[in-house]
Design a protein around this ligand. Structure first.
Ligand SMILES: Nc1nc2c(ncn2[C@@H]2O[C@H](COP(=O)(O)OP(=O)(O)OP(=O)(O)O)[C@@H](O)[C@H]2O)c(=O)[nH]1
Ligand SMILES: [Mg+2]
Length: 129
């Protein structure tokens, strides 16, 4: 299953993938250039699922590359940082772009990242896209 992560720079896309694939977290994760590819095989309900993940770069100058990664994806995870309202606004734009230009069968999920920084939350849990 091909999956793509989209979202503001600094939202934590690479950190989520690194945790999922290697179980690691680094405090000073470098900003992604272009996109990075990861894969992870898991057994889910007796079925073996191979996740093939495109971790895209959030910086605006890479925006035009994004369709190359989301067009073939079965699922997209749009990541924002709960302490950063601008990242939530950017997430809404990704939803609109995927609705307009993505594969209509693609599953979309919105992930409010940096849940450990709850005291600094600036996007309400009930905020809607
Ligand atoms: N406190 C906290 N920090 C996080 C969390 N996830 C990521 N970070 C930090 O946020 C910074 C940015 O994370 P990245 O994973 O590089 O963000 P990104 O979305 O991949 O950014 P780009 O590659 O530039 O698009 C890093 O310094 C991470 O250590 C989290 O859940 N909690
Ligand atoms: Mg990254």
């Amino acid at each position: 299953m091909i999956q793509v992560l989209l979202g503001d720079p600094g939202a934590g896309k690479s950190s989520l993938v690194l945790r999922f694939v290697k179980g690691q977290f680094v405090e000073f994760q470098e900003s992604t250039i272009g996109a990075a590819f990861f894969s992870q095989t898991l057994v889910v309900n007796d079925a073996t699922v191979k996740f093939e993940i495109w971790d895209t770069a959030g910086q605006e100058r890479y925006h035009s590359l994004a369709p190359m990664y989301y067009r073939g994806a079965a699922a997209a995870i749009i990541v924002y940082d709960i302490t950063n309202p601008a990242s939530f606004d950017r997430a809404k734009k990704w939803v609109l772009e995927l609705q307009a230009q993505g594969n209509p069968n693609m599953v979309m999920a919105l992930a409010g990242n940096k849940a450990d920084l709850l005291d600094d939350r600036k996007v309400a849990a009930e905020a809607s896209v």
